[in-house]
Each structure stands twice: as C-alpha cells, then as structure tokens.
Design a protein around this ligand. Structure first.
Ligand code: GLP
Length: 260
C-alpha cells in the first residue's frame, strides 16, 4: 500500500480527488465505487468544484455505492441514497440511470445482492473505488470477522458501528441493525483503491490496516494484498503509524520526482 500523509483534511481530499480525476481523464466512461460517511465529503466537494469550474465530465460515468442501511426509505435523512444525492449526484452530470446504490428496502435481499454483483461485472468492473474506514477497521460495512473473500450481502452491524453512527440519528435505537454491503472480495476486485482517513479517532484503525497483520478482524487490512491501493491520511490519522517517516521519505524520493 502507498501511504500519503497530508497536513490537512483539505489537502488530503484534494489529492484523492485528483487521483479520481486522473482515472476519469484517462477513461471518461470509468466506473467509480462511491463511499458514504463524513470522510469522503471533501473529495466530493473537490470533484464538484472540478466539474463546475474545470469541466470535469461525468456524463459517461457509472457509479456503484458500497452500502446502504436496511429499512430506511431512500428519502430518509440518514439513508445513503439521500446522502449521495445531496452531497454529490445532484451536483454533477452523472446520468441517473448510471447510478447504483444497494437497496435497503428490497423484499428479496439475496436476489438483489446477486443482481448487484452481476451489474458490476456487466459494467466492466470498478475502475477506482473510494473507501473510508470505520473506527474498528471496517471497510463499507464489512465488520470484524467478515470473510476477506465475501461478496455483496446482508450484514448485521457491530455494536461499535451502531455507537459510532448513533450521532446521526435522534436516538441509538433508531440506528438500523442491518445493512447491504459490498463484500471485501467485491472491493478487492476494483482496479484501483483509495482509502481515506482523517482525525485522531481513526489513527488506530489506520495503523492496524496498514502495518498490522492481514486479518478479518480489521477488514481494511485486506488492502495489503491489493496491487494498487493508496491510503490518504491527515496528520492526526497518521499519528500511530510506526513507519511514517519512511512513507514521507518514499514520497520525497519518488523516482520521477525532480532531483535537487
Ligand atoms: C460507515 C460506512 C463506511 C465508512 C464509515 C466511517 O460504517 N459504511 O463506508 O467508512 O462509516 O464513516 P466516517 O467517514 O463518517 O467516519
């Protein structure tokens, strides 16, 4: 994994957005894997800015979201459908028929999940996947002990995730207990992965994912096995990385960096 440490959340978001834009510039009909949560908001704002100010075109883009809560209607304030619409889709020119978000209200979850996997394949696979990380090291809603080869499925949320997300609901009891999520195996098939983390609350999860053993207890650690995964962190999220000086050194000494 490549680890890129930025001073601020804004710089980190800009760098990750540029990586997405590079994929789009090389392949205007790219398939993007989208994430929710507060972490990728800066990337979405930056992509919207590139679209409005710099003409970054999304008209041929297809998207697949990682996950959705089960039981929330798409109009619910905390549904990931609503989140994506408000924070990204309504501000760029992705054709609505190209947007895919797991359904939290389907009557047949098994069939829906199989269809979602098939749709990703039909669209040629995910070119670039944006990811956040849960404080327990999960990616999407692949909670600790999820199989590292899991596919899209219904998942029961861990207590820590429910606690973490309770702040968005009026009470803890309102946080859904189930979600539909892409599996770790599904995510690992993306050609390029960008994992984002900011803030001290993520420092331990980041250190475990990057420098700990590959384990289903920290599903983000599976990315160590991915050939093109980059971790974008701000200073507080990088604070528990043992090899952080080396990561900075790598960035300074990149073979194509200008020589002093
Ligand atoms: C949820 C989402 C994850 C996200 C995580 C962290 O669990 N399913 O995709 O990475 O929250 O959210 P935040 O970025 O708000 O810390």
């Amino acid at each position: 994994m490549e680890v890129i440490i930025h001073q601020t959340y804004a710089e980190m978001s800009r760098a990750a957005a540029e990586a997405v834009a590079d994929v789009l510039n090389a392949k205007p009909n790219a398939v993007i894997g989208m994430a929710t949560g507060s972490t990728p908001l800066g990337v979405y704002q930056e992509l919207v800015r590139m679209h409005k100010g710099g003409g970054l075109d999304f008209s041929q883009v297809t998207t697949f979201n990682l996950d959705e809560y089960v039981g929330l209607p798409t109009t619910h304030e905390q549904s990931y459908h609503r989140f994506m619409h408000e924070n990204f889709f309504r501000q760029v020119n992705i054709p609505p028929q190209n947007v895919h978000i797991p359904s939290g209200t389907t009557s047949n979850y098994r069939a829906f999940c199989a269809w979602y996997e098939q749709r990703i394949e039909e669209c040629g696979g995910i070119d670039v996947q944006i990811l956040g990380i849960g404080s327990d090291g999960h990616i999407a809603f692949n909670e600790p002990a999820s199989s590292l080869s899991s596919r899209t499925r219904l998942k029961t949320l861990a207590k820590q995730t429910i606690d973490d997300n309770a702040r968005f609901f009026s009470s803890r009891d309102e946080v859904p207990v189930y979600a539909i999520t892409m599996g770790v195996g599904t995510i690992m098939e993306a050609r390029k992965i960008l994992l984002l983390a900011n803030g001290a609350k993520k420092a331990e999860a980041v250190a475990a994912a990057v420098e700990g053993p590959v384990t289903s207890m920290i599903t983000a650690s599976a990315l160590q096995m991915h050939p093109d995964a980059t971790v974008y962190v701000d200073e507080p999220a990088a604070s528990k990385l043992k090899m952080r000086e080396y990561y900075d050194w790598i960035q300074k000494k990149k073979p194509d960096a200008p020589r002093v």
